[in-house]
Design a protein around this ligand. Structure first.
Ligand code: AMP
Length: 284
């Protein structure tokens, strides 16, 4: 496996692969890899000739009071894990390589970037769309792999690719979870032992909501109300948002749930902000 840190070298390797007619599978990450990332890499391995994983903690998508500086980083462990999952090349640029002095071009996907995480993290999705757009230009992937864990991000990327007629297939893979249901995340490493136990409340409340819907409840307020109650019973949990929305538009339902429902939440456990979601297909 090779590690490439400059854009010019990455582009030149990609150009060679394209000339040979190879398909390129691309997994963008911020590193500190866990099983969620590794499943995306393994899938990219199965479906493409060349597998490229980017590791880049993107300063543009962090707010001024967020955890950019302390975001966990471990390039050595990441290289080993990525290689064993089938990665051929890690693209590992410095921030100055991606955003040199004077950088001033940005991408915005209006509408869906203003709700859920976009409402609590202003500018976050502009940072995500900009970096993914730039990475797509550098890596020129045939297929790009994203996790359902970040449902809004996956939707945003799909919308950007469609709106801008980009030549890449976006694949969204299921959320990988710990034994107690907690969605794997690099940020789980911030949790103390106590907080880690408390964090299972996210998945438990999503599941309770799912059961309520499966039992026939269609009133969105009843669903969010149940989740609020369960989260509020956990003393270490501080709710950022709980939303039940249409999974393809992220719009609230007027009165009654229908079609594809996204139940999404963001909760602070101690100082750590965690997100999770479930999608349910309802019969119309
Ligand atoms: P990140 O390094 O957190 O930016 O994540 C990189 C990619 O991995 C994104 O597409 C995430 O949605 C995906 N991902 C992160 N955690 C999980 C998980 N638990 N299950 C599936 N995909 C994940």
């Amino acid at each position: 496996m090779e590690i490439i840190s400059t854009i010019s070298e990455m582009k030149s390797v990609v150009r060679q692969a394209r000339i040979k007619g190879q398909s390129i599978g691309f997994v963008p990450t911020m590193g500190y890899l866990h099983q969620g990332h590794l499943e995306l890499i393994s899938r990219a391995r199965r479906e493409n000739d060349l597998v490229i994983v980017s590791i880049f903690v993107n300063p543009l998508q962090f707010g001024p009071t967020e955890d950019y500086e302390k975001y966990p980083r471990d390039t050595e462990a990441d290289s080993q894990k990525a290689e064993s999952a089938g990665c051929d090349i890690i693209f590992l640029p410095e921030a100055g390589e991606m955003y040199p002095a004077g950088y001033s071009s940005f991408v915005e996907v209006e509408g869906i970037d203003q709700v859920l995480c976009g409402a609590s993290r202003p500018g976050h999705f502009k940072g995500v769309a900009t970096v993914v757009n730039k990475l797509f230009h550098i890596v020129a992937p045939t297929r790009a792999y994203f996790g359902q864990k970040d449902a809004q991000q996956a939707l945003l990327i799909q919308k950007m690719v469609s709106d801008l007629s980009m030549d890449v297939e976006v694949i969204v893979a299921p959320t990988v979870r710990e034994a107690d249901g907690l969605a794997m995340s690099s940020r789980n490493s911030y949790l103390t032992h106590h907080e880690r136990q408390a964090a299972s409340v996210l998945y438990k409340s999503l599941n309770a909501a799912k059961e309520l819907i499966a039992a026939g409840e269609r009133n969105p307020q009843k669903i969010t109300g149940l989740i609020f109650d369960l989260l509020q019973n956990e003393p270490l949990a501080n709710i950022d948002y709980v939303e039940v929305v249409d999974a393809s538009t992220l719009k609230n339902f007027e009165q009654v749930l229908s079609n594809r429902v996204l139940i999404a939440l963001a909760v602070r456990i101690g100082k750590t902000r965690l997100i999770d979601n479930l999608i349910m297909d309802l019969e119309v």
